[in-house]
Design a protein around this ligand. Structure first.
Ligand code: PEP
Ligand code: MG
Length: 834
């Protein structure tokens, strides 16, 4: 990549200009060196310092030098004399204005432009400002050595394989520098010519690869912009640009889509399947009187007229929003403390929605037009909600439930309607579905079980209930809503069964089993920090899945032998640029410290089509789960991975680290990431990291069947049964309608687990870190197949250790071989519980 040198009289000025320019490339690495000020702190420039800076910036791709005034130019010319001939030949001195030129040059360099292109771009950097000030088409600022600025390419005919599309600018401040920089980066480095035209003002066309020219479009929020691309990768690049536009260029669009809460905030819509069969969602047995938790949806009628003047109505909205915000923040804090950081993250999206300026502006405008506070809030929130519901992507559609949950809370507050909060609720809770706030508010001392007519075991409400240790069954169908309050109900959250008004003998049997489970739980807790060894002496590691530093603390308290999966996504979500190397190092160290130096398995960033990140855009995909996700995205945008690997390399020299790559499908991908690991170690000084082990997640059936090809190149293979099951069964995870089909105990999935264990042989340890690892009944089966590490949510660690201790490997192997021959998941489950 082309290096850039800033020569200035003032160190402070140069530093600030570099910081400003770095903002434009969203954390991407660009080689920028500074030669500014004199050693005694005074103003001035020094030719030797300039020559040194050029040498540091040069990696054979050449260097562009930007200078401020007077003697800065003289010193730089003198510096050229001090350089070797071959280096000097690669240096371009650029007469661009320092600040504007640097901003443009950095974006061009990050996009892979060569040194002459970088200098030419920078030289044209005043264009945007001149155009805005009405000074006409600017003449290019002459560069001393740089090639002239490239002119806009000829516009090919419409039948020339062009791809043309339009987007509406949603970024609140239009296509200003940062959004424009993202757009330029998406275009650069591809074999394509792209032009943009502002259809609203008629400005353009301008080359989309030029930051300075894009800015001259003057594209403000709401303007329609045409993208016209020609070349091999035209479709791909236009799709990338549209994906960026849909995301408001990382700044939040004006549309409902842009107010999307973070992916972590998913709440499954409360679809209640007809003829549903109950599904186990949280293990254990609970027996108690039915408690019907009904959430009334307040209706705003046309009779709801303003009670006061518009200011009074707006004040009412502000007060209701403030009160709900305080309540959500409280629930978030207690969830983070009692349940876990990852589970608490759902409430961040609720808080964001309550602060959303678009939503609040709309409410205010409606009040101004004569609506009451409640009608204005309801109207504006419904529009946002409907925006989500209308989206084609089912994942984004599901965000409508978040809007419903939080908007309903505000509306009830405005109308003085009681909130069906979970406070004071006791017995067996029966509801259509639960909002995350309700689930988080259940008191495990009072609530002995949960039965939901709808929902799915992977919904946030189910995760929260599970994390609170309350037995639960979901997807029980609408009939359960007819159970009269007070009727005795027994919930078996391990087997997925409900018994309404059980006969005395059945009740006695259930009570006996519940008491046994309770005793086992106490015993498990007392031995939680001891190793888990089978009856015949085989050690099985039981680790914890961790999604925050709080989770790591919970894992240590629960006796985890290691963190078997650190979902590093938590560091990358909910922000507009990737965390820097230092921030990552600090967080990974904190996780290691929380676990008292036990091994931590850092999984590299696992995002993509189904978990989008604004600063790592992916073109819209018809099937995001089959798209550019996991390691595929990391390899497509390697800079983020390079930074993460550098952070991992640093931490791995201090504490034992497993480095794990998600969604690996081919041995070539593994070779590519291994080479990047070597590069990171070299970048960090080259010393070996003897405690660094490398592995992959096995989530793709093809990878499972090729385990023997991967094994010689890794230390471990960790099976992600959540994804492996959805791919093996062709049943999207989280799709309520397919909950029973997406069963990791299906013999088809188990055969893939078996293939991994046999393929790994003695070369690599096999772990399972998907949800099935937490199923105590499945521990013997997995151990019998050859799995030697189970990684589960922290609260499940003690019970899974006990399940391992109860195993005998020879008997487990016999069980496993019967399970592989079984007809379906039901038969396997019967064997496990038989
Ligand atoms: C899995 O797929 O099983 C897994 C553990 O990864 P995630 O759930 O984070 O996709
Ligand atoms: Mg996965």
């Amino acid at each position: 990549m082309v290096g850039i040198v800033v020569v200035s009289h003032s160190r402070a000025l140069a530093g600030a200009a570099v910081a400003l320019a770095a903002e434009m490339v969203h954390g991407q690495d660009v080689r920028i060196e500074v030669a500014a000020g004199l050693d005694d702190g005074s103003f001035g420039t020094d030719a030797v310092a300039v020559a040194d800076a050029v040498a540091r910036a040069d990696d054979d791709s050449g260097v562009v030098v930007l200078m401020d005034l007077g003697s800065a130019v003289l010193s730089t010319e003198t510096a050229l004399e001090l350089l070797d001939d071959d280096v000097r030949d690669r240096v371009v001195l650029c007469a661009a204005p320092l600040v504007e030129g640097l901003v443009v040059a950095v974006v061009a360099a990050a996009g892979g432009a060569d040194r002459n292109e970088v200098a030419a771009e920078a030289a044209d950097a005043l264009a945007a400002k001149q155009s805005q000030l009405g000074l006409g088409e600017p003449a290019a600022v002459a560069t001393e050595i740089a090639a002239p600025a490239p002119s806009a390419p000829p516009r090919p005919g419409a039948d020339d394989g062009q791809v043309v599309a339009t987007f509406s600018v949603g970024a609140p401040h239009g296509l200003h520098a940062r959004p424009a920089a993202l757009l330029v980066q998406a275009v650069r480095g591809h074999d394509v010519t792209v032009e943009l035209r502002n259809l609203t003002t008629g400005a353009g066309p301008v080359p989309a690869a030029s930051l300075s020219r894009v800015a001259t479009l003057g594209a403000l929020r709401g303007h329609e912009v045409e993208v016209r691309a020609t070349g091999e990768q035209a479709r791909e690049v236009v799709d990338d640009v549209l994906a960026l536009a849909a995301d408001g260029f990382g700044e939040g669009a004006a549309t409902a889509a842009a107010t999307a809460p973070e992916p972590a905030a998913a709440v499954e819509p409360a679809a209640i399947p007809e003829n549903a069969e109950p599904v186990a969602a949280s293990p254990g047995i609970g027996i108690g009187p039915a408690f019907a938790l009904r959430q009334t949806v307040p209706v705003v009628t046309e009779h709801d007229v303003p009670r006061g003047d518009p200011e009074g109505e707006w004040r009412a909205v502000s007060e209701a929003v403030d009160a709900v915000r305080t309540e959500v923040a409280r629930v978030r804090a207690t969830t983070a403390r009692d349940v876990g950081g990852q589970e608490a993250a759902v409430f961040d999206a609720h808080l964001l929605l309550l602060e959303d300026p678009e939503l609040l502006d709309d409410v205010r405008a409606r009040i101004g037009a004569g609506s009451s506070a409640a009608a204005a809030w309801d109207g504006a929130a419904t529009e946002v909600r409907d925006g989500f519901a209308a989206l084609a992507d089912p994942y984004l559609q599901a965000r409508a439930a978040d809007v419903d949950a939080v908007a309903g809370q505000v509306l009830r507050m405005l109308l003085g309607a009681a909130d069906a909060s979970a406070e004071g609720v006791a017995g067996v809770v029966i509801a259509a579905d639960l909002t995350p706030a309700q689930a988080a508010g259940l008191d495990p001392e009072l609530v002995v079980g949960v039965v939901l007519a709808g929902g799915s075991p992977t919904a946030h409400s189910a995760i929260l209930v599970r994390a609170r240790g309350i037995p639960a069954v979901v997807g029980a169908g609408p009939d359960v809503l007819d159970v009269a309050p007070g009727t005795v109900v027994a919930v078996d959250g391990t087997r997925g069964e409900i018994v309404v008004d059980p006969a005395p003998a059945v009740l006695a049997g259930l009570r006996q089993r519940a008491a046994d489970l309770g005793r086992r739980r106490v015993a498990a807790l007392s031995r939680a920090s001891e190793p888990a060894t089978t009856r015949d002496g085989v050690r099985v590691l039981v680790g914890a899945n961790v999604g925050s530093v709080d989770d790591a603390r919970a894992a240590a308290a629960a006796g985890a032998d290691l963190a078997g999966l650190v979902r590093t996504e938590f560091l990358f979500l909910g922000r507009d640029q990737a965390p820097g190397v230092e921030e990552q190092v600090a967080t990974y160290r904190e996780i290691a410290a929380a676990l008292g130096g036990r091994r931590i398995t850092l999984r590299t960033l696992d995002v993509g089509g189904d978990k989008p990140l604004g600063y790592l855009p992916v073109a819209p995909e018809a099937n995001p789960f089959l798209g550019v996700r996991g390691v595929r995205l990391s390899l497509a945008r390697p800079q983020v991975l390079a930074d993460q690997l550098l952070a991992v390399a640093r931490v791995a020299r201090e504490v034992p680290v497993n480095l794990m790559f998600p969604m690996v499908t081919t041995v070539e991908e593994l070779a590519a990431v291994r080479a990047l690991v070597d590069e990171a170690l070299a970048r960090d000084g080259g010393a070996p990291a003897p405690d660094l082990r490398i592995g992959i997640m096995v989530e793709v059936p093809a990878a499972a069947l090729k385990a023997a090809r991967f094994a010689p190149h890794v230390d471990f293979l960790s099976i992600g049964t959540n994804d492996l099951t959805q791919y093996a069964m062709a049943a999207e995870r989280g799709n309520d309608a397919l909950t029973r089909l997406a069963d990791p105990l299906d013999p088809g999935v188990l055969r893939l687990v078996d293939a991994v264990c046999r393929g790994a042989g003695d070369d690599a340890l096999v772990a399972v870190c998907g949800e099935v690892a937490a199923d105590e009944a499945a521990a013997a089966l997995l151990v019998g197949l050859g799995v030697r590490e189970l990684s589960v949510s922290p609260p499940a660690v003690p019970g899974v250790k006990e399940a391992v201790r109860a195993c005998d490997v020879a008997a487990a192997a016999e069980l496993a071989s019967r399970a592989l021959d079984a007809e379906g998941a039901g038969d396997v489950r019967a064997m496990l519980h038989g």
